[in-house]
Design a protein around this ligand. Structure first.
Ligand SMILES: NC(=O)c1ccc[n+]([C@@H]2O[C@H](COP(=O)([O-])OP(=O)(O)OC[C@H]3O[C@@H](n4cnc5c(N)ncnc54)[C@H](OP(=O)(O)O)[C@@H]3O)[C@@H](O)[C@H]2O)c1
Length: 368
C-alpha cells in the first residue's frame, strides 16, 4: 500500500462517523509502518475520543509489550489537522508529540487550531494535502462564516413540479428515493419545514431508515417549523413524534394550542408582519452550534430561501412524470435564480434510484 491510499482509507473511516458525529467533525486516522497499517481510528460521536487517539489506542491494544517501539518511526495519516486546544477532550497534538512518529500527513487544515505550526517546529516530517472532502461542510462553513450549511431536498417531476394541487395522498417520487432522502436528514443537525407543508402533508420529519437509526450513537436531528401566523395544532405528527422540536414564529398565536407538547422550544423571530427573517434565523441556529440544516419545504419557503441566496446545496429527486397544471412549481421566483439556471451553481452529482434520478447542485465556488 502507498501513503496516498492510506489517506483514502482514512477518509473512508471518517465517513463511518457521518451519521453520529453530531456537532463534531468527521475525522479518520491511519497509523502505518513499512507501508503496513498498524492502527486505525475515527471520530464516532460528539465528546468521544478523537480519531488520532482511537488509532493510537488500537496500536496499544495490539502491541501491548512493545507499543512505544512500534509507534516510533511510524506515519500518522489524519483527514483533519489534529486539535491543539482543550475541547470536550484534551488536545490530540500533545498526545501525538509523546510518541516518536516519523511523519504526519494531514488531509485538511483547521483554522481554529494551531497544530501545524507546532508540528513544523518538532522533529516530525509534516505533509499537508488539500484532499477533496465532501464531509464536514457545515463544520467548515460555521468556522469561516458563523453560518450553517444549508441543503434543500426537493422531490419533483420532470417538469419541475413539487406538489399536487388537489390530491394530498400522491407521492411524486418512488419509495427508494424517499428512503434515500432520510440519509440527508440523518446528516443534518436540524430539519426545517414551513407551516404550509406541515398543514398539508402532516409529516413527522424524523429519520426512519433503520440502517441509520440502529447505529449505536445515532441521535435524531432537531425538527423545526417556520410559521409566521398559522395556528398549529398539537395533534400533528410533527408534535406527536418524540424528540426535540422548534417553532420559529413571529406571532404568539402560532403556538397557543401547544401547551401539551413536550420537548418543544419556541423562538420568536421578529420581522415584517408576514414573514420570518431567514438570515436572522440562520444566525440563531449558528449561535446554538447548529452546523447542518436540511430544508424540506414547499414552494413558498424554498422561494424565500433562494431569493435570499441562503441555500448551499440542492438535492433534487426527479421522477419520470409530467404533472403540468395538476401541480405547483417548486420555485416561484425568476428562472435565472433556480439552481438549474443559476450561474452560481453547478451540477455536482448524478445518480439513478430505480426509475428516479437524484441530482445534486452545489455552489461553484464552494461555501459562501
Ligand atoms: N415535493 C417536495 O419535495 C415537497 C416538500 C415539502 C412540501 N411539498 C409540498 O408543498 C406544499 C406546501 O407548500 P407551501 O409553499 O404552502 O408550504 P411551505 O413553503 O412549506 O410553508 C410556507 C409557510 O411558511 C411560513 N413562512 C414563514 N416565514 C416565511 C418566509 N420567510 N418565506 C416563506 N414562508 C415563510 C408561512 O407560514 P404562515 O402561513 O404561518 O405565515 C408560509 O405560509 C404541500 O402541498 C407539500 O406537499 C413538497
Amino acid at each position: 500500500m502507498t501513503e496516498s491510499s492510506f489517506m483514502l482509507e482514512a477518509l473512508e473511516l471518517a465517513k463511518k462517523g457521518q451519521f453520529t458525529s453530531g456537532k463534531g467533525a468527521c475525522v479518520g486516522c491511519i497509523i502505518s509502518k513499512n507501508n503496513q497499517i498498524i492502527g486505525k481510528g475515527f471520530y464516532e460521536f460528539f465528546g468521544a475520543p478523537h480519531a488520532e487517539i482511537m488509532a493510537i489506542e488500537s496500536v496499544r491494544k495490539k502491541y501491548r509489550n512493545n507499543f512505544n517501539e512500534v509507534l516510533a518511526g511510524s506515519t500518522i495519516t489524519v483527514t483533519l489537522e489534529p486539535c491543539s486546544e482543550f475541547g470536550k477532550t484534551p488536545p490530540c497534538l500533545d498526545e501525538i508529540l509523546k510518541y516518536n512518529f516519523k511523519k504526519i500527513i494531514i488531509g485538511q487544515l483547521d483554522a481554529s487550531q494551531s497544530s501545524l505550526e507546532r508540528l513544523k517546529k518538532s522533529d516530525i516530517e509534516v505533509v499537508t494535502e488539500e484532499i477533496p472532502n465532501e464531509l464536514n461542510k457545515g463544520f467548515f462553513k460555521n468556522l469561516k462564516y458563523k453560518k450553517p450549511y444549508v441543503r434543500a431536498k426537493i422531490a419533483m417531476s420532470e417538469d419541475k413540479k413539487i406538489a399536487f394541487i388537489e390530491d394530498d395522498n400522491q407521492w411524486i417520487t418512488c419509495s427508494a428515493s424517499r428512503l434515500d432522502g432520510h440519509k440527508f436528514r440523518a446528516l443534518s443537525d436540524i430539519v426545517l419545514t414551513g407551516s404550509g407543508t406541515i398543514k398539508r402533508d402532516n409529516p413527522a420529519l424524523d429519520v426512519r431508515d433503520s440502517e441509520i437509526t440502529q447505529l449505536k450513537n445515532f441521535q435524531q436531528p432537531i425538527r423545526a417549523i417556520i410559521a409566521s401566523e398559522s395556528k398549529l395544532n398539537a395533534d400533528l405528527k410533527f408534535f406527536k413524534t418524540p424528540g426535540p422540536k422548534i417553532i420559529f414564529c413571529s406571532n404568539k398565536d402560532v403556538y397557543k394550542n401547544l401547551d401539551s407538547v413536550v420537548d418543544l422550544e419556541v423562538f420568536e423571530i421578529e420581522d415584517s408582519k408576514i414573514k420570518i427573517n431567514l438570515l436572522r434565523l440562520l444566525d440563531e441556529l449558528s449561535s446554538q452550534d447548529i452546523h447542518d440544516v436540511l430544508l424540506e419545504s414547499g414552494p413558498k419557503l424554498i422561494t424565500s430561501f433562494i431569493e435570499a441566496d441562503l441555500i448551499d446545496e440542492f438535492i433534487i429527486y426527479i421522477a419520470p412524470k409530467i404533472l403540468s397544471n395538476t401541480a405547483l412549481s417548486f420555485f416561484e421566483g425568476e428562472d435565472s435564480k433556480s439552481p438549474f439556471n443559476s450561474k452560481d451553481f453547478i451540477l455536482s452529482e448524478e445518480a439513478s434510484i430505480e426509475s428516479d434520478k437524484r441530482i445534486i447542485y452545489r455552489r461553484k465556488n464552494g461555501i459562501k
